[in-house]
Design a protein around this ligand. Structure first.
Ligand code: UTP
Length: 269
């Protein structure tokens, strides 16, 4: 299984900090957020992680690069050296793709089409600015997909009605009788007004997607905000194949804004 982490966005909601520090590199203790996200993917059984980044954010790639000078400096500090060795090991499993124009999440995912569209298994997509405290959803989503013949699964979170217009919102068709957290989806809509929202279940930072989504993204016309929307491509996927939703038990933190980041720090402390 392969994973994809879009991490090329501008991070304007977190300026001025993000002038020089990408939001994905903000520290959660001794590790930058994106390392925790890569570790979540690897723990779910992923073999290779594709990170979509921007040439303006070189520190992300530098973080995962081999660091012989640091290894030499820390040779007499076995615990720190072990962390650095672990990081190098992770780095060998990452492949880099660039998004040179920041045209939104769907466009970022599309940049990885060339390396991922021939995959046989669903691809795990983890947003680079979304951390989940408590139980990580990726492993459970993988199991749900396998139980449904390799179907796509999106991670869900229940949000207050006044906030539905910020998210992709799903219309559940039915709940699985043996697991009330799992829904087969009938439809989804990007950023609906509260009056027309089909539910309060929002797509929340984790996706396990049939590779057919890359072809759909390539022919996707711009949606809300004039951007190529990943939600719109998943909606077209749903017309041809089953898509499930998993209302995961962990708590999602949007570290792309200062308040969300501070809450993430508290949750992980
Ligand atoms: P966001 O929409 O939260 O990121 O995307 P943003 O555009 O950086 O946010 P603001 O509005 O400027 O503050 C969620 C994830 O998708 C990536 C981001 O890096 C983030 O991890 N992304 C977003 C891209 O890779 N490319 C884009 O064009 C937009």
């Amino acid at each position: 299984m392969k994973a994809l982490i879009p991490a090329a966005g501008y991070g304007t909601r977190f300026l001025p900090a993000t002038k020089t520090v990408p939001k994905e590199m903000l520290p959660i203790g001794a590790k930058p957020a994106i390392q925790l996200i890569v570790e979540e993917a690897l723990a779910a059984g992923v073999e290779e992680v594709v990170i979509v980044t921007s040439p303006d954010k070189p520190s992300i790639q530098a973080h995962f690069a081999a660091a012989p000078v640091w290894r030499a400096r820390c040779a007499k500090k076995p615990e720190i050296d072990a962390e650095l060795a672990h990081l190098e090991e992770i780095g060998r499993r990452i492949r880099w793709v660039y998004q040179t124009e920041q045209k939104g999440l769907g466009h970022a995912v599309l940049q990885a089409a060339e390396v991922l569209q021939a995959e046989k298994e669903p691809v795990l997509v983890l947003l680079g600015d979304a951390l989940v405290s408590g139980e990580a959803p990726s492993a459970a989503m993988t199991e749900i997909s396998r139980a449904h013949g390799g179907a796509s699964v999106v991670g869900l979170e229940e949000v207050p009605l006044e906030r539905v217009s910020r998210y992709g919102i799903v219309r559940p068709a039915e709940q699985r009788a043996d697991d009330e957290r799992v829904y087969r989806l009938a439809d989804l809509v990007e950023k609906p007004a509260p009056e027309v929202a089909p539910s309060r279940l929002a797509i929340a930072g984790r996706y396990l997607l049939d590779p057919a989504v890359f072809g759909l993204l390539a022919s996707q016309t711009p949606g809300v905000g004039g951007e190529i929307q990943l939600t719109d491509a998943i909606r077209r996927l749903l017309a041809a194949k089953e898509v499930y939703g998993y209302r995961y038990p962990g708590t999602r933190h949007d570290i792309g804004n200062p308040a969300g980041y501070l809450k993430a720090l508290q949750a992980f402390s």
